[in-house]
Design a protein around this ligand. Structure first.
Ligand code: ZN
Length: 281
């Protein structure tokens, strides 16, 4: 494996996810969307973390707002898909869902990052490893500028607020990740063992909606806050405004991002994952 030297740490890719905004300000890391952060909004025109597909970065169309910022960051960091791209990006986010610290690995078949993440999961409480199989080139996430990346999701935290405990926990995780990268480069990465669970994203599901697109049910109270717990057929998943329960009829899965505030506009009530022992792809 090529050693990992050139590392970028960033926060505020979403301007109202304040753990990353304030860690970036504290340490002089990249504040990805300062215009949105100044107004404490997720984004101004378009979700910045959906602007980094290679085809959009290369295109000259619509060069304003977040897309212009995405192209600026791409140039600043050394350009996605080229030799000068960073070796690693750590991008810090918050979620309103009860996901603790979730390390999202977007690279396929990256045993190095998986090994590092497993050490973090062993050393810190309430850490989850989330695998997002995707084509890196057309993936829209900021982290995919780099050759490999970890998106750090921390929650539950309402957007636009800070939580001191979570702030310091994320800070400790980031610094520990840097130490572990160094250990990996030196060939002395500690072993975490094979028993660390991973969760592989399969698909998203939306809220029940009427013909006009209005939401007709909420996340069921029995499911709220139960991210990464098993959901089986027959268990309650939504509750209508009349109190009627809607039971899960799909596959056995482990939902995450349950009731994430920023995903209402994306038609996502939660993302479904499968649990595994760390097989990628
Ligand atoms: Zn975010």
């Amino acid at each position: 494996m090529e050693p990992i030297h050139n590392i970028v740490i960033c926060g505020g890719t979403h301007g109202n996810e304040l753990t990353g905004v304030y860690l970036a300000k504290k340490h002089g890391w990249l504040l990805a969307n300062p215009a949105a952060a100044a107004l404490c909004r997720r984004y101004l025109n378009r979700d910045l973390n959906r602007c980094f597909a290679l085809s959009e970065l290369k295109s000259r169309k619509n060069s304003s707002g977040e897309l212009a910022r995405a192209r600026e960051i791409n140039t600043l960091l050394g350009k996605k898909g080229t030799k000068t791209a960073p070796d690693l990006i750590l991008d810090i986010h918050n979620t309103t869902a009860n996901m603790g610290i979730t390390l999202i690995l977007s690279s396929k078949e990256d045993p190095a990052l998986l090994a590092i993440s497993k050490v973090i999961a062993k050393e810190f409480k309430d850490v989850h490893i989330y695998l997002q199989p995707e084509s890196r080139e057309e993936s829209p996430y900021l982290g995919t500028i780099a050759k490999r990346d970890i998106c750090i999701e921390a929650g539950p935290q309402p957007h636009g607020t800070l939580d001191a405990e979570l702030f310091f926990k994320v800070e400790r995780v980031v610094f520990r990740l840097l130490e572990l990268v160094e250990a990996l480069n030196d060939g002395v990465l500690p072993k975490a063992g094979d028993k660390i669970e991973t969760f592989t994203e399969t698909r998203s599901i939306d809220y029940p909606r009427d013909a006009k697109g209005n939401i007709t049910a909420m996340v069921h109270p029995a499911l709220q806050g139960r991210d990464f717990c098993e959901l089986k057929a027959g268990m309650p998943v939504f509750m209508g405004f009349d109190g009627k329960e809607i039971l899960w009829q799909g596959e056995t899965c482990y939902p995450a991002f349950i009731n994430e505030a920023a995903y209402y506009e994306k038609g996502v009530a939660m993302l479904l994952t499968l649990s595994g022992q760390g097989c990628l792809g």
